[in-house]
Ligand binder design. Structure first.
Ligand SMILES: [Zn+2]
Length: 105
């Protein structure tokens, strides 16, 4: 928020104006963003979870299991993209196309 105070002379002429702004980031905001940065810096760039877990010793550390499912939204997109290039050599514009995914029904 911004507040401006105008100071006028007796003749009504503007002498000065003082504008004060509330800081956009409070100390609390800064502390939270630093904490978030720290948290993110400890995440594995490969699987997205905590790095101390996935790099722990295999014998004593966290155990993992993998389950498979399909993102049908991405699948729809891939199928539409393949259909657009069906039978043709890849268009030089293929990488510049903008695709929009909508939910049906
Ligand atoms: Zn990992």
């Amino acid at each position: 928020m911004e507040t401006t105070t105008y100071v006028y002379s007796r003749r009504g002429r503007l002498v000065r104006s003082v504008t004060s702004r509330e800081p956009e980031w409070t100390e609390q905001d800064r502390a939270e963003i630093l904490a978030l940065d720290l948290y993110r810096s400890r995440l594995c760039p490969l699987h997205g979870g905590p790095m101390d877990e996935c790099t722990s010793p295999e014998e004593t550390g966290t155990q993992f299991e993998a389950d498979r499912s399909t993102c049908r939204a991405q699948l729809t997109l891939i199928e539409a993209q393949r259909a657009a290039d069906d039978g043709k050599k890849p268009s030089p514009y293929a990488g510049a196309r903008l695709w929009t995914l909508r939910k049906r029904g």
